[in-house]
Ligand binder design. Structure first.
Ligand code: HXC
Length: 257
């Protein structure tokens, strides 16, 4: 399929989506959203794909929602159309998604990175929620996901001042899982994605569900949810294979069933 704002490719068992609006620092407009949903749907339908890497350019992962597209909007219209709600579908991707972030990840760009399962950042990455400087607030989950990721103090600092934080601060704060040299970014993200794609899909998808549940429920409910998922994995061929392979000192051959 031809995309206008994305480059979409499959490398081995990994799907790669590159945001591609260089003239606007990958600002997220309605076409990006529509195409990202299509790309994710295609990867989900493709049995060979076990993980997805989402990236931008060296200069910008994404500099936010498209301000020029938002500028003329009126309350009644965006309320009635529930503007932004479509991004929740992107956040609900069931296969693991790794954000590989270089340069600006601002506003909706930072929020899109946080919709991914984890973020690997280049040393050049800059994260921020500058919406307050435009007279608005984060709208794609920033006030919620950033606060859960870095805690109230840092989230308030970033969201109320609109300042950017660099990759080192983002790693110290727990927003990103790893920081690597710019030239290593895609290789590092790919290696992680390939590792994930080589594992049993049901266990990977359930692990993702279980961790995400930690953000939505009480500890007691979360523990019960995890335990039930754990039990259910004993109904898979891959649990039999994974444990047999360990005992027999060989590599497992997962069938993702
Ligand atoms: C539309 C954008 C854009 C954006 C950059 N551009 N960010 N267009 N929406 N979010 C465009 C610029 O207008 C410019 O186009 C081109 O990209 C290059 O940007 P420059 O500003 O010339 O580059 P630079 O001087 O290097 O500054 C980089 C920057 C700055 C610091 C990232 O562009 C910036 O502050 N951008 C806006 C960041 C922001 O406020 N994001 C939050 C958006 S609100 P031209 O045509 O002039 O060359 C948001 C809400 C999310 O995200 C929730 C609701 C959906």
């Amino acid at each position: 399929m031809a995309y206008e704002t994305l480059i979409v490719e499959t490398r081995g068992n990994v799907g790669l989506v590159t945001l591609n609006r260089p003239q606007a620092l990958n600002a997220l407009n309605s076409t990006v959203l529509k195409e990202l949903k299509e790309a994710y749907a295609a990867f989900h339908a493709d049995e060979t794909v076990g993980a997805i890497v989402l990236t931008g350019s060296e200069r910008a992962f994404a500099a936010g929602a498209d301000i020029k597209e938002m500028q003329p909007l009126e309350f009644a219209d965006i309320y009635k159309s529930d503007f932004i709600s479509g991004w929740e579908e992107v956040a609900k991707a069931r296969k693991p998604v790794i954000a590989a972030v270089s340069g600006f990840a601002l506003g909706g760009g930072c929020e899109l990175a946080m919709m991914c399962d984890f973020i690997i950042a280049s040393e050049t990455a800059k994260f921020g929620q500058p919406e307050i400087t435009l007279g608005v607030i984060p709208g794609m989950g920033g006030s919620q996901r950033l606060t859960r990721a870095v805690g109230k103090a840092k989230a308030m600092d970033l969201i109320l001042t609109g300042r950017m934080m660099d990759a080192a601060e983002a790693e110290r704060s727990g927003l990103v899982s790893r920081v690597v040299a710019p030239e290593r970014l895609l290789d590092e993200a790919f290696a992680a994605a390939e590792k994930i794609a080589s594992l049993s899909r049901p266990s990977v998808m359930m692990a993702k569900e279980a961790v995400n549940r930690a953000f939505e429920t009480t500890l007691e409910e979360g523990l019960r949810f995890e335990r039930r998922l754990f039990h259910s994995l004993f109904a898979t061929d891959d649990q039999k294979e994974g444990m047999a392979a360990f005992v027999e000192k060989r590599k497992p051959a997962f069938t993702h069933r």
